[in-house]
Unconditional design. Structure first.
Length: 222
């Protein structure tokens, strides 16, 4: 007749924690690790309500086609044609909603070369010393005096994310991309909001260079 071996409860709990750490990537002390999402921000524009009506017709509103990762933001059904110097154009530029207080066009460096605009790197909304362009929609055209930029690469964070990474608004972090084209992207601006979800935004040039679509992992570090 065999004698059952007593099970040490502390040992069992330790083994369970270790197993969960391997599977879930959680810290051994049980602290929550933020879920990091890195997305490619393709060329797009933001419009005021006045410019929406000028381009698409009196009384027109932006119509959501797809909701984005950040709550309340969406890609609309509407697109515009961006017209640069010497009538170089980019068609089908998606309008993102909701409407903003100032219209803005965000392009990648290669877009700027194609359209003939020397794009300055700016935080979204910073239009100082920026070039303009013409926008054409089905109901009309408007001229933007300024607001055509290449958006500075950045990471959106909520307060708990900032606490986890030990950063504050305006700090800079680095992004390590793992995969077939491993790369470290430096100086991602930290942008903070009370209801913001953790998300990195890079443009199509950067996303293609590191093959973000097929990346096996991403990591933020200071």
């Amino acid at each position: 007749m065999s004698t059952a071996t007593a099970i040490d409860r502390g040992q069992v709990e330790r083994l369970v924690r270790e197993a969960l750490t391997k599977v879930l990537g959680a810290q051994s002390d049980g602290a929550h690790r933020p879920r990091l999402v890195a997305n490619i921000s393709a060329r797009h524009c933001h419009l005021t309500q006045e410019h929406v009506e000028a381009l698409f017709g009196k009384g027109q509103q932006l119509k959501p086609m797809k909701y984005l990762y950040q709550e309340g933001e969406f890609a609309s059904e509407q697109t515009v044609t961006v017209i640069g110097p010497r009538q170089r154009i980019i068609t089908g530029v998606r309008v993102l909603g909701p409407c903003r207080g100032a219209s803005q066009v965000e392009l990648a460096f290669t877009d700027g070369i194609s359209i003939g605009i020397d794009l300055p790197v700016r935080v979204s909304g910073d239009h100082r010393d920026t070039p303009g362009c013409w926008l054409m929609g089905p109901a009309g055209m408007i001229e933007l005096i300024a607001g055509v930029i290449r958006a500075e690469r950045h990471v959106h964070m909520g307060p708990s994310d900032c606490e986890f990474y030990g950063v504050t608004a305006g700090d800079y972090m680095n992004l390590r991309v793992k995969g077939r084209c491993p790369m470290v992207l430096e100086r991602l601006l930290v942008r903070v909001g009370p209801t913001i979800k953790l998300e990195v935004h890079i443009d199509t040039d950067e996303g293609n260079a590191c093959d973000l679509t097929h990346a096996t992992g991403v990591e933020l570090f200071k």
